[in-house]
Design a protein around this ligand. Structure first.
Ligand SMILES: [Zn+2]
Ligand SMILES: [Zn+2]
Length: 286
């Protein structure tokens, strides 16, 4: 990655939900480059390859924020860290998120114990356990270098812990995480430079439920745990953010046609600049 890069957001995976389909988009992960700090937000399937594809050196892995423990946001967390370790990562890394991450990480290490032990013994690698620090969300804010990170708990039933994060440096960037319509997010993201918000098109819910072959339970979850596009626009208006990035799109089949459809549904509804997310999209923050 070039040294001159200052503030940028890379959307790596922009799909809402865990299933992946031929030529489709990938689950949630993003890289925020803010004041030269590189911060990963969520580690859904595909994050490791997407990061290296944009030129990110895995040795630079340092801070990862997980919004909540749905697999489309952390399925590849362990493999990402493990791969960074085998790539030569020796610096300590910090993983922030719900307290269940502690358990996840311990069990991941257990599941890979044969490999890890062998690599330490036969390749002379340092202890993987020692370079990872899992930090459950508790205190009021965190610091990543000079960046202040604030959070609020957002409603995403049935999960008890789902977080929105705000990164405050020379720019203010907010990630909603997965949430149903939650008006406090508007004040949380007041005058932010970028609001990255999840969104669902409710008219697609029946089609999605049919495609997955699942029951009314999924339908209920989609309706009660995510934010409709019109509601996202409302939050963005109330917040007066400078840019709205629509992310974690439900549906997101990665076709041009669908992207145009999303775009049409936001056109003329808000004066703020709106970007409809897509995988591997690089957004300059100025
Ligand atoms: Zn999700
Ligand atoms: Zn979720």
């Amino acid at each position: 990655m070039k040294k001159s890069i200052k503030n940028e957001l890379f959307l790596l995976g922009t799909k809402g939900g865990p299933a992946i389909r031929p030529k489709g988009s990938m689950p949630s992960s993003s890289l925020l480059v803010l004041d030269n700090e590189k911060i990963i937000i969520d580690a859904g399937l595909g994050v490791t390859k997407s990061l290296t594809d944009i030129g990110f050196n895995l040795n630079e892995l340092s801070n990862i924020f997980i919004t909540h423990l749905h697999s489309d946001h952390y399925l590849e967390l362990g493999p990402l860290i493990h791969t960074a370790w085998t790539t030569g990562l020796t610096k300590k890394i910090k993983i922030y998120g719900p307290k269940g991450l502690v358990d996840y990480w311990q069990k991941f290490l257990l599941s890979m114990q044969h490999d890890i032990k062998n690599r330490i013994k036969s390749e002379g690698r340092i202890s993987l356990k020692k370079i990872v620090n899992i930090i459950p969300i508790k205190k009021e804010f965190f610091k990543v270098g000079k960046i202040k990170v604030k959070f609020i708990k957002v409603p995403h039933p049935p999960l008890k812990e789902s977080y929105a994060y705000k990164f405050i440096g020379s720019k203010k960037i907010v990630f909603s995480g997965d949430t149903r319509y939650f008006q406090p997010l508007a004040s949380f993201s007041k005058k932010s430079d970028v609001l990255v918000h999840e969104a669902i098109l409710p008219e697609y819910i029946d089609q999605i439920v049919k495609k997955t072959g699942l029951s009314l339970k999924l339908k209920k979850h989609l309706k009660s745990s995510h934010t409709k596009l019109d509601e996202v626009i409302k939050i963005a208006k109330l917040s007066n953010c400078k840019m709205l990035v629509i992310n974690h799109l439900i549906p997101n089949d990665n076709t041009k046609k669908q992207k145009i459809e999303w775009q049409k549904k936001v056109n003329n509804k808000i004066n703020t600049k709106v970007i409809v997310g897509q995988d591997n999209l690089r957004i300059r923050i100025s």
